[in-house]
Design a protein around this ligand. Structure first.
Ligand code: ADP
Ligand code: MG
Length: 484
């Protein structure tokens, strides 16, 4: 492995496993009909089930189950046709039931894999251990009153998927790539919006260190890290902390820690509980969850094309490089935009306009692909104007900037500004003659062997025609006139 920590006693390797909590996209909660809309007034979306009133019974939401199955399929994982719900017992103010309904011994999704790409271009496979469904808790609010804490139960009972990885990750960069890929797949599937700032995707980071070839050592779990950058930082500082403990003759305790981004350190939160501390037992209010293979097959057939498949197809269908295809599929909206532009046109030219000029324009105007001032159709029409010789590549840049500014179509701009390419050889010849007269000295130099001046003449002729001359025609005509 390339990434090691050099300690006093030699090199150490990092071992990381990630648990991703992904909020399921669904209209209502996992076991109640209450709405899941984000940003509603506090406690306005709480059913009696979510508030854990005595005697209320949970009823499974089929759409949440479908979302978990779709996610499992997207992670190339085994779908378990029979799974079970357990109670995970613990006391916390944001958990009115006193337990969380989760899946412990029998999750709905088993082993899978995810492929990640490192900045070196290397592809690695990370194992998925399992995916299970569980309820989210409510939210405590401490900054509304100087003496009291408030509670908002809107989130209580919302469906979460916990996606657990194998301890296959060996460096911070891999952890970042894994989370980005996970988020990309979830977004393509439409099963989680992947928004880490709003907390709809969060990660628990398990870290240990070892000398090469050794068995795994004790891990620490860093809870609820809410950005990819923080996950990578947390791994780095936590691994360094553990190396120092081992090297000074101490022992790493298995515990739950917090990452403090401001101080760049991890701190003890609580010593790690084991499964038996939660006294898991099957929830007596819920039957085992049994689904049919035919239904799974149906969901599979309806899955959208996922990023890896789309990337491979873009490469072969549009003849573009692996790297460019990766940039395009990073976001589904960008991939769709590109495909509208590229269909039936020059795929390579399309990718250079989308990832070059368009991305730069979006950046400059603080727009996104969804709010782009230039539509995919309009950009496609502009490429057609290049292809049929109406404008040349240089004038296209001017047309494009005008499109960004005015939102007008390329045809209208070409007409309005009179940017039609000059292909009339008479006009081009006149321009060439005028340039040759103005620069008679340079013509003489060129003719006595200074070939490099050819570019200068091309530039002058283009200037004379306000950039509108067809460059190929200019080249040909110049050659024959200068060499005459
Ligand atoms: P828990 O509920 O105790 O957090 P899980 O099984 O849900 O346990 O998750 C354990 C996570 O820790 C997995 O992602 C796994 O890959 C990771 N893990 C297990 N052993 C180690 C280790 N020695 N070092 C780092 N990560 C580990
Ligand atoms: Mg866990």
């Amino acid at each position: 492995m390339s990434y090691v920590i050099e300690g006093k006693t030699g090199s150490w390797e990092i071992v990381v496993g990630l648990e991703v909590h992904a909020q399921v996209v669904s209209n209502s909660k996992l076991f109640s009909g209450a709405s899941t809309t984000f940003g509603a007034g506090p406690n306005s979306q709480v059913s009696l089930v979510d508030a854990a009133f005595p005697g209320m019974l949970p009823v499974i939401n089929k759409e949440c189950v479908a979302q978990a199955v779709r996610t499992g399929l997207g992670l190339n994982a085994r779908i378990n046709l029979e799974s079970r719900f357990d109670r995970k017992n613990y006391f916390y103010a944001d958990l009115p039931q006193g337990y969380q309904i989760s899946q412990f011994a029998h999750p709905i999704v088993g082993e899978g894999t995810i492929e990640i790409e490192l900045s070196s271009g290397e592809i690695r496979k990370i194992g998925i251990t399992r995916l299970h469904m569980e309820q989210d808790a409510g939210k405590l609010i401490h900054d509304q009153d100087p003496t009291k804490s408030m509670i908002d139960l809107n989130r209580a009972g919302v469906a979460l998927m916990e996606i657990v990885s194998e301890p296959d990750i060996r460096e911070p960069e891999e952890a970042g790539a894994y989370l980005r890929k996970m988020r990309q797949i979830l977004r393509y599937l439409g099963t989680c919006d992947g928004n880490m700032e709003e907390g709809s995707m969060r990660a628990d980071v398990n870290v240990s260190v070892r000398k090469a070839g050794e068995p795994f050592r004790t891990r620490c779990e860093i809870k609820n890290v809410n950005s990819i950058r923080f996950v990578m930082q947390a791994i780095e500082v936590e691994a360094a902390r553990q190396v120092e403990i081992w090297e000074s003759g101490g022992e790493v305790d298995q515990e739950t820690r917090l990452f403090d981004a401001a101080r760049g350190e991890t701190r003890t939160m609580r010593s790690k509980e084991d499964a038996h501390d939660y006294r898991y037992f099957p929830d007596p209010d819920l039957l085992p969850l049994v689904i049919e293979q035919a239904w799974v097959d149906q969901l599979k057939a309806a899955l959208p094309e996922l990023p890896d498949a789309k990337r491979a197809r873009f490469q072969s269908e549009y003849g573009i490089p692996f790297y460019d295809a990766g940039v395009l599929v990073a976001e589904q909206a960008v991939a769709d935009f590109y495909e509208t532009v590229a269909k039936g046109r020059d795929g390579k030219l399309a990718v250079s306009w989308v990832t070059g000029d368009l991305f730069a324009a979006l950046n400059r105007t603080s727009k996104t692909i969804e709010t782009s001032p230039v539509s995919a159709e309009a950009l496609g029409q502009m490429l057609d104007l290049i292809a049929d010789g109406t404008i040349n590549g240089k004038i296209a840049k001017e047309v494009f900037e005008d499109m960004v500014e005015t939102g007008e179509g390329p045809d209208a701009i070409v007409e309005k500004k009179g940017l039609r390419q000059v292909t009339d050889t008479g006009v081009i010849d006149t321009a060439i003659e005028s340039v040759m007269t103005k620069h008679a000295d340079k013509v003489a130099q060129y003719r006595s062997g200074k070939d490099k001046l050819f570019g200068f003449f091309v530039g002058q002729v283009m200037k004379e025609t306000k950039g509108k001359a067809n460059p190929a025609l200019v080249n040909d005509a110049l050659k024959s006139k200068l060499d005459a």
